[in-house]
Design a protein around this ligand. Structure first.
Ligand code: PLP
Length: 364
């Protein structure tokens, strides 16, 4: 069986370095924030070409705290993609604000910037694009709309560590970018982790205070904050893995290039990469009208695939009180019905990629 993603392999590859990093934390006696978290924050900010990085407990908290730091609250609206992982919406709801979905571009699966202005109301505060599947969203038109209407831009970068938009790394095109280090992400911890990167010193300062009980000085609380701190053990592991991220992303790109070449003309809709984008192939998503049958045949042929995502947020029971008609957001619904994610990862052997290509061509 060819697995969708081998989570263990990159850690086995780096076992000694990772064990040494963990031992360093154990021996330091410092187990909350501290030098290991600060070192990772500095290294990840530099990697993302951003001035500041704040390490947090997970990617959902990163979205939530960044929105709080932008003063998003009850009565406010945040523009989100209709096609995303539900975390993007949940963070808005956690602030007491309302997610306002905008449909994606059919070719890139990312938010369609030409539809954003029609969704803006006097209550809109933030535009929240997602760099879905590791493909950068088209930031320039989004930033122009935000400037015109006086809105903030928060980017969900949870799937896009290392991606570039017009030459610049995802990390500070908008006001801030949120990150997840969930184990399956391109940069993943040995547990949960998250971060925000930004060039705005005031936003960075607010998020730093919010993550630590609203406190800058111990037992002095300026705001009603949260406990959402990146664990120093995870920071130490992430520092080891960050040094390998570009090489791992390059291996993903090799797999993607082989799929793009080998699956042309197979009847599948293939990923589209605009000329201004350097994606990092968190997922390799194809589209087929008989997706479920295709997935079943691939399973029988020994190829494990996944669906990202089978139910769009507006059709989840969790958002049944959102007032969305079943036929609302047909583009997101159509994507959910037809997409299939093929195996991809830094440790997928090219022989296995060739096997996947043969299996898909036979099954499609
Ligand atoms: C993974 C992910 C998140 C949430 O990250 P967690 O660390 O699991 O909380 C948010 N948005 C997107 C697009 C993601 O893929």
């Amino acid at each position: 069986m060819i697995p969708f993603l081998d989570l263990k392999a990159p850690h086995v590859e780096l076992r000694e370095e990772i064990n040494a990093a963990i031992a360093r934390v154990v021996d330091s006696g410092w187990y909350i924030l501290g030098p290991e978290v600060e070192a990772f924050e500095a290294e990840y900010a530099a990697y993302c070409e951003a001035h500041h990085c704040i390490g947090l407990a997970n990617g959902l908290d990163a979205l939530h705290l960044a929105l709080r730091a932008m003063d998003v609250g009850p009565g406010d609206e945040v523009i989100v993609p209709s096609n995303t992982y539900i975390a993007t919406w949940l963070a808005v709801s956690q602030c007491g604000a309302t997610p306002v979905p905008v449909e994606p571009d059919e070719r890139t699966y990312n938010i369609d910037a030409s539809l954003i202005e029609a969704a803006i109301t006097p209550r809109t505060k933030v535009i929240l694009p997602v760099h879905l599947y590791g493909q950068p969203a088209d930031m320039d038109p989004i930033l122009a709309i935000a400037r015109k209407h006086g809105l903030r831009v928060l980017e969900d970068g949870a799937q896009a560590h290392g991606a570039r938009y017009k030459g610049q790394r995802i990390g500070a095109h908008g006001d801030a970018v949120t990150w997840s280090f969930y184990p399956g992400k391109n940069l993943g911890a040995l547990g949960d982790g998250g971060a925000v990167t930004t060039n705005d010193p005031e936003l960075a300062d607010r998020i730093r205070v919010l993550r630590n009980y609203g406190s800058r000085v111990k037992y002095v609380n300026e705001v009603q904050g949260y406990n959402s701190r990146l664990d120093p053990l995870q920071a130490a592991v992430l520092r080891v893995k960050l040094a390998h991220l570009d090489a791992w992303n390059a291996r993903r790109a090799d797999v993607a290039a082989a799929y793009l070449q080998g699956l042309g003309g197979s009847g599948l809709v293939m990923p589209h990469v605009p000329e201004w984008a350097v994606p990092v192939w968190h997922l390799f998503v194809v589209r087929h009208p008989q997706r479920d049958e295709l997935q079943q045949r691939l399973q029988e042929a020994g190829v494990h695939t996944l669906i990202h995502y089978p139910i769009p947020p507006h059709r989840q029971v969790a958002y049944s009180d959102g007032g969305f008609a079943p036929e609302a957001f047909p583009i997101a619904s159509g994507i959910a019905d037809e997409v299939l994610s093929l195996p991809i990862g830094p440790n997928l052997a090219m022989d296995d990629v060739a096997r996947v290509i043969r299996a898909v061509r036979a099954a499609a």
